[in-house]
Design a binder for this molecule. Structure first.
Ligand code: PGA
Length: 252
């Protein structure tokens, strides 16, 4: 059975003081053995703070992005090895905000995925369609293309140490989550696509849903057979909401 996983994506929010309260609350409430795996992906400058508050607890932390390069003259970039230096276990790659606001292409996302793994990080690979693409009936084509770019470059075996996240762009930060049935449909498509290359591996791959997950809708989303947890934006900034979502995952 796949263990449920809940990852918070703080995006560009936080301060030392606010983070301290949030991280301590999460540390106290989340990550009990046997429950869902709990992760917070914090802005780079706060990785040391996450490490100091969460170190030695079951709660993991990660970056929200990673360079496709291992080191060199890449001003403003952060490598996988640097994330590992600060104890990160995970790195989000290919978030739709990176794709749409910073022009990350499928091939670059694939390179980031591989760079994360070279550094010993578990990539959380995000895929998802826009509303326009959904309305055109192109959801499967879009998420398939985004997934295949990584499968073709990294190989299916690389997904043994990776997490996939379906994040419909129209659901991110909008308050309009995908219905459990809509999420399940796409998760099933994604798993089947991996299964065409390696069935056993597809069966053990965690596929998270992201996009307006809240305490009120988490349990029904996580009850879907192919929804293995969530990638949480806004609600991960509110301790009681994030904790409630982690416990919904633990009880799913
Ligand atoms: P949201 O963001 O939960 O605020 O919709 C999810 C994400 O962008 O990962």
């Amino acid at each position: 059975m796949r263990r449920k996983l809940v990852a918070g994506n703080w995006k560009m929010h936080g301060s030392l003081a606010a983070n301290q309260r949030l991280l301590e609350a999460v540390r106290e409430a989340c990550g009990e053995p046997g429950g869902a795996e709990c992760v917070v992906c914090v802005p780079f400058p706060y990785l040391a703070q996450a490490a100091s508050v969460l170190g030695g607890t079951p709660v993991a932390w990660g970056g929200q992005n990673v360079s496709e390069h291992d080191s060199g003259a890449y001003t403003g970039e952060v490598s996988g090895a640097m994330l590992r230096d600060f104890g990160c276990r995970y790195a989000i790659v290919g978030h739709s905000e990176r794709r749409s606001l910073y022009g990350e292409r499928d091939s670059q996302v694939a390179a980031k995925f591989q760079a994360a793994q070279r550094a010993g990080l578990t990539p959380i690979l995000c895929v998802g369609e826009t509303l326009e693409e959904r309305n055109q009936g192109a959801t499967e084509e879009v998420v398939g293309r985004q997934l295949d770019a990584v499968l073709n470059n990294a190989g299916v075996q690389a997904f043994a140490a990776a997490v996939l996240a379906y994040e419909p762009v129209w659901a991110i930060g909008t308050g309009h989550n995908a219905t459990p049935a809509q999420a399940q449909t796409v998760h099933e498509i994604l798993r089947a696509r991996v299964a065409k290359r390696d069935e056993a591996l597809a069966g053990s791959l965690s596929i998270l849903y992201g996009g307006s997950v809240k305490p009120a809708n988490a349990a029904e989303l996580f009850a879907m057979p192919d929804v293995d947890g969530g990638l949480i934006g806004g609600a991960s900034l509110v301790a009681e909401d994030f904790i409630a979502i982690c416990s919904a995952a633990a009880n799913a």
